[in-house]
Design a protein around this ligand. Structure first.
Ligand SMILES: Cc1cc2nc3c(=O)[nH]c(=O)nc-3n(C[C@H](O)[C@H](O)[C@H](O)COP(=O)(O)O)c2cc1C
Length: 318
């Protein structure tokens, strides 16, 4: 990695000289200090974590998905795999009232927190969106594609996506992203979300994965559940690359397998405007996030460019 500018061989490494470069980006109407956003999950279910992740340099943090009726707390587990993680978790167990109070404190402090929301019906999600908006949330993410609810069997259709999106759009003026999983009819699902009033797309939620005990044949965790981490990165990259190459112009927040600054640069290069990181933070959460953020800023500064220069550069090349 030599010289300046975003040439074909340039990419961030963790050994870059320590420099600080602000890299403002705009996502969902929020002006972020960095395109590195912490995605929704167990780690973002607590006020203390969210505040500290922002202090670590996250451009924004997405809350654990808030649900008005998360159901009985079942057997929610994590299973580490060599290439990532399987998890059978679903929604936050905190009440909507608790979340609204927390979101109010974030808003009062001017913190870039994106409220992730879902519910059992479009009408219930619209009610929830209205409540978190009234609590001061400046941006939302609709976490409507959690496959764990149906043990890997969620059948997401453009019609379902449209129904949830349309219901929310009618009840809140704040910008929101619809989080989808890669897979069948993804372009149609994206088009349905945007036509129904979404401001951006988050791609991807976890993908159905299965682990089997080779000795006993037992299906671990008891079924197919959400697979995340480095193993899904090439799949999500390929999807975003293909969508952009086919002319998709809507704002995209990438999510899938980010573990270092190079991964952030890769997602921006194929056309994501911001990049979420989640599973990697299950190891040394604060140090890992600080490292990704700082390495990315250093690399950007050493090239004298901006985030906007990076976005979509892989597509523009012949
Ligand atoms: C333990 C765990 C819990 C998660 N919980 C949520 C959630 O509540 N809502 C949501 O939208 N995504 C959830 N996700 C998905 C992540 O936000 C992210 O989209 C996905 O894991 C892919 O990114 P990653 O490989 O960087 O983790 C969860 C992922 C994991 C591993």
């Amino acid at each position: 990695m030599t010289g300046s500018g975003f040439g074909p061989d340039s990419g961030p490494t963790s050994g870059a000289a320590v420099r600080s470069a602000p890299a403002p980006v705009e996502v969902l109407g929020l002006r972020l200090k960095s395109p590195v956003v912490v995605g929704s999950g167990l780690l973002t279910d607590q006020e203390r974590n969210i505040r500290r992740l922002l202090e670590d340099g996250a451009g924004a943090v997405v809350t654990k998905t808030i649900h008005p009726d998360p159901g009985p707390s079942g057997d929610e587990r994590l299973l580490r795999l060599p290439t990532g993680m399987l998890n059978s978790t679903t929604y936050s167990r905190r009440s909507v009232d608790d979340w609204c109070a927390m979101l109010r404190r974030f808003a009062d402090d001017g913190l870039p927190v994106i409220a992730s929301v879902h519910a059992d019906s479009p009408a219930a999600l619209a009610d929830l969106a209205e409540r978190v908006t009234a609590a001061g949330s400046g941006a939302l993410e609709l976490g409507i594609s959690c496959l764990n609810e149906d043990e890997g069997g969620l059948e997401d259709t453009p019609e379902r996506v449209a129904a949830y999106t349309r219901a929310v759009r009618r009840r809140t003026p704040v910008p929101f992203s619809v989080k989808l999983a890669i897979g069948e009819r993804v372009r149609e699902r994206i088009d349905a979300a945007m036509a129904s009033g979404a401001d951006a797309i988050t791609l991807s939620d976890t993908i159905a994965g299965l682990a089997v005990d080779a000795d006993t044949g037992e299906v671990r965790l008891g079924g197919a559940f959400g697979y995340s981490g480095p193993g899904i990165k090439p799949l999500v990259l390929a999807e975003i690359f293909g969508l952009r190459r086919d002319g998709l112009t809507v704002p995209v927040m990438a999510s899938g397998g980010v573990k270092d600054a190079a991964d952030v640069a890769e997602y921006l290069s194929v056309g994501a405007e911001a990049v979420q990181v989640y599973t990697a933070l299950h190891r040394n959460m604060h140090a890992t996030l600080r490292g990704i953020r700082q390495d990315f800023d250093d690399w950007l500064a050493s090239h004298g460019g901006t985030v906007a220069d990076l976005v979509g550069r892989s597509i523009k090349r012949p």
